[in-house]
Design a protein around this ligand. Sequence first.
Ligand code: FAD
Length: 503
Amino acid sequence: MSSGADVPMSKTDWIVVGAGSAGCMVAAQLAHATDSRRGLITVVEPPGATARQIDRERPANWLNLLGSSEDWNLSTQESHQLANRTIRWPRGRGLGGSSRINAMIWFPPTRKDLQMLVTASGGSWSISKLQQDLKDLTQWTRPEPPTWQSESSQRFLQATNQLDEGKAGSYMRLNRSGRRWNPAELLNAAQSDGTLEVQRATVNRLLCEGDRIIGVETWDDHGKNRIMANRGVIICAGAIATPGILMRSGIGPREQLQRAGIEVRLESEQVGRGLQDHLIMPVIFQVKSDRFPSHSSVQDIARWQTMGTGPLASNLAECGGLFLDDSIQIHVTPTHYLTYPKTTDHAFMTLGVNASQPQSTGMLRLQSSDPRVPLSIHPHYLEEACDRDVTVQGMRFVRRLVKETNLSQWVVSESIPGKKRGTAQDLEKAICRYSQTLYHPAGTSLMGTMSSSVVTPEFRLRGFQQGWVVDASVLPRLTHGNPNATVMLLAYKAAKELSKVVG
Ligand SMILES: Cc1cc2nc3c(=O)[nH]c(=O)nc-3n(C[C@H](O)[C@H](O)[C@H](O)COP(=O)(O)OP(=O)(O)OC[C@H]3O[C@@H](n4cnc5c(N)ncnc54)[C@H](O)[C@@H]3O)c2cc1C
């Protein structure tokens, strides 16, 4: 791999690749631990147009951000397990990354998740220290309780209390007084005092001298550039782009690199493998009241603008929790999950069910050495029979919840999959036909102590000096609930590791 001596070059001390959930947290914390005399941090995030301001601010508008200029607009390969469907895989683009377009739910890692991280660290981390880190980092993210709740959520929470078979609650949100908050705000202070700069460019690959990472090659409409880093490069491009950058740098499965004509620098079979995601099956009910508005009324806008409350402050996925011994998560939305925001005369509630610990793992495949060609995404959803079984059990639990609690008086009928679909086979068919991504890809740059892992528990890119990786790709197992809080926790921890290097 050449370092491209003919390509224009700039210099910095640290490069953070990607300003998403992890990138913003790690860059801000690193800036906090250093100062402008000791090193400049350059955060590299691809350029892009911004979506409408109202969609970026109003929590209830987040679905409008999907498919917008702030979305990488990825899709999976067709899968026979999903009735030969391809599904859209939104990923956030622009400062804030996926946190810029996500549903804002702050779901702290469960004790089992923390134990998973401790195991991955080979015992060098502890649950109590991780809990302390989580507490410290929430001083920066400051999740807040919902400022408004739909009737669906209120009724669901009452119903789960009646059955008492899980831990449901209103989700905390990354909001500020009912408005969307973006972790890119964490960069502001360091940008003002000159410790940190943001460059809008897309990273193609790492530049190396022997086993030392010395910079990155970027590209834009005008061609290639190089940014050289005196101290190191921290890759935070997320579960899809990070393995892409590694593979284009010659780090990955030999067969894939060779097929794309890339010289093998380090053979690493785990790069792009181990892909996990939550797959949500929406069980949709027509209900008697509380039709969630598809268009904002003047009153709702005024209420949100003056008090940060009302339906516009809803993130749609307002509440939920883990059930059946934490094997499933249920998300509650006051809408028809598959058709909202198309207008309808009826009121709906969706109870979305997903296996919290899916066993099926997929992979990403490099299609070309050209960074404009996205990796092909093969999630292999539902390949393991247990994932189908757990989802079926979850759907049955939801039906029981509706039948045996006060919800029974409020629900008119089950629209999807429909009451007459009762056998396990019927329900499996519905899962194939209607399930969607819950937007949580992870696990594609495995962290661990084994020599086959891509990243060490110190977040070092194995086999290299001055290279670190931290984002959802390093998670060895997907979290039980929504992963953003855990990704930010890892980034917070990585910054602590890096602070030792900053000295
Ligand atoms: C629609 C949606 C809804 C979600 N809802 C929730 C939720 O409510 N709660 C929750 O916990 N989780 C949610 N998630 C998941 C959560 O947002 C992600 O798990 C988390 O943001 C992952 O953080 P990350 O740092 O790994 O990646 P990201 O936040 O995706 O950041 C990666 C960054 O790298 C940049 N990048 C990509 N390629 C390059 C390149 N070549 N060069 C330079 N930069 C690059 C990207 O533009 C992006 O800014 C949601 C995700 C989506 C997409």
